[in-house]
Write a protein that binds this ligand. Sequence first.
Ligand code: NAD
Length: 337
Amino acid sequence: MKVAVFSTKSYDRQFLALANESAGHTLEFFPNRLEPRTSRLAEGFDAVCAFVNDDLSEEVINKIAGHGIRLIALRCAGFNNVDLEAAEKRGLTILRVPAYSPYAVAEHTLALILALNRRVHRAYNRVREGNFSLENLLGFDLRGRTIGVIGTGTIGAAVVHILRGFDCRLLAYDVVENEECKKMGVEYVEMSQLFAESHIITIHCPLTPDTHHLIDDQALDQMQDGVMLINTSRGAIIDTQAVIRGLKTRRLGYLGLDVYEEEGDLFFKDLSETVIQDDTFARLLTFPNVLITGHQAFFTRDALTSIAETTINNISDFEKDQVKEGNLVRSQKHVRG
Ligand code: NAD
């Protein structure tokens, strides 16, 4: 099949080309983000391959469908950036990579927790400047602390598995309880109890209308002073203005983000020579107890290999009319129907 690959970085080209060696699809790599003004690049192709910040709104879907696109091959797990009903209306199939390396995201979650707690990001700079003072670097033992996990699917369960080794008390909230997590000692509680009792809260549910701004002023009001909040899931699960207020009042003691609700204009690009126009993001960067990474939790060699192989297999399966049910993305309307 002829596939237009959008938002291509050097590593996408490297891993997708390798996975495609035996499949033999024609891949054309575009560095451009898929959006209304770049959608014409899809002309003459059978499929688009898109990533987390590509725009697959109704407008773009109508345009690419008009150009003859039949398949959207997402090289990610989340699909909150796709208008599923519009895609279904235009007869487009959407395939994704439901699980690649949950360990990659889970391990990065731990990296944020440990770095924030022990202030590694600050110590790194101090030592390089010959400042060996320990003032304000005081951390706490994770052992015995209560950790609240919101969303115990593939990644949440991998986080639980790691945290067990730290001897923490583990609380969780999910709309579906995970038996594997229960066996690992997780106690499922109401969200309000998780907010009230957790020293660290880590988010691993998908972004849906139900979870949009799940962490808002009201949620923060229920948390302990000095709580640590980690989000490696999707930015808009957190109301950024609310967490800025929480940081100013010290309700939030630490904030670790790998995702940000307006990340589409920032992440995955080198903007080091430009002036950041997003004042909310700029404000976040001023807090000493905020650590932000640019959506890199998935970014391991193992995960990229697995993402590329599944994406290429999805394209081959579509061509043979043998798509894997578990990789298909459908709208809730369709599921209910
Ligand atoms: P998953 O589908 O295996 O698990 C998601 C869990 O969230 C499920 O158990 C589900 O029941 C639960 N859930 C759904 N709605 C909920 C709600 N309203 N409240 C609480 N729980 C709810 O998904 P996963 O593979 O574990 O991935 C989780 C999320 O991580 C993805 O949706 C994606 O947004 C994000 N992600 C981020 C990166 C990154 O690089 N930062 C990489 C991969 C995935």
